[in-house]
Ligand binder design. Structure first.
Ligand SMILES: [Zn+2]
Length: 208
């Protein structure tokens, strides 16, 4: 059987499930996904990737719990026909502003004026999730932003800014660097500061 790409599947439910599998089912997994999205260079996306991104953002906005999509959620799914690139860029810039305000500046951020319908959803474990219901592509940004607020609130102690490259990331325990490459850079710099005679010796012989 040939490989089925999510964007080529016409059935919205199948697309939703494929995107949910890519993303994971916890607020934490969604926060990790949204941080990658915020840092992503959208100018590099090909046509199929834009469609996958729309699917991912749509599924992100559904905030599917670990026990799967409830029938009531499935019933109210209104899959947006096509969300334009401009709207997807707007979503990205809203999320970026939100993360920067809260994580970088430790400040205040207000949800932009909304056109979605506010809703509450209680899962079987008793937790209540807030969200928006959107109508087609109307209010798409609202639903995504609300999901990001929930994901961020749920993992607020784990969200940090890398002390080397300033990237916002989801930390494990006391992690302060976003990736090994950043901790290595810092370690190298500390070493060279402590051993100035080593500068340049790795790449070229000492000049007389
Ligand atoms: Zn970093």
């Amino acid at each position: 059987m040939s490989q089925v790409r999510s964007a080529s599947v016409n059935d919205p439910i199948q697309r939703v499930i494929a995107a949910a599998e890519r993303m994971g089912y916890t607020h934490e997994a969604r926060l990790g996904w949204v941080l990658n999205f915020v840092h992503r260079d959208l100018s590099m996306l090909r046509a199929g990737e834009w469609l996958d991104l729309q699917d991912d953002l749509f599924v992100f906005s559904l905030q599917i719990p670990p026990d799967g999509i409830k029938p009531s959620t499935l019933q109210r799914i209104r899959y947006p026909k096509k969300v334009g690139h401009k709207a997807l860029r707007t979503v990205q810039s809203q999320l970026k502003k939100m993360m920067e305000a809260l994580v970088v500046r430790h400040g205040y951020w207000a949800v932009p004026p909304t056109i979605g319908r506010y809703c509450l959803d209680r899962s079987t474990n008793g937790s209540i999730t807030t969200g928006f219901i959107h109508e087609g592509s109307m209010g798409f940004t609202d639903t995504v932003v609300m999901a990001a607020i929930n994901a961020l609130t749920a993992s607020q102690q784990r969200i940090r800014q890398c002390i080397e490259c300033r990237r916002i990331f989801l930390a494990v325990r006391r992690q302060v660097y976003c990736a090994p490459v950043c901790s290595q850079k810092a370690r190298t710099r500390r070493f060279l500061k402590a051993h100035p005679e080593q500068v340049g010796s790795a790449s070229s012989p000492a000049q007389g």
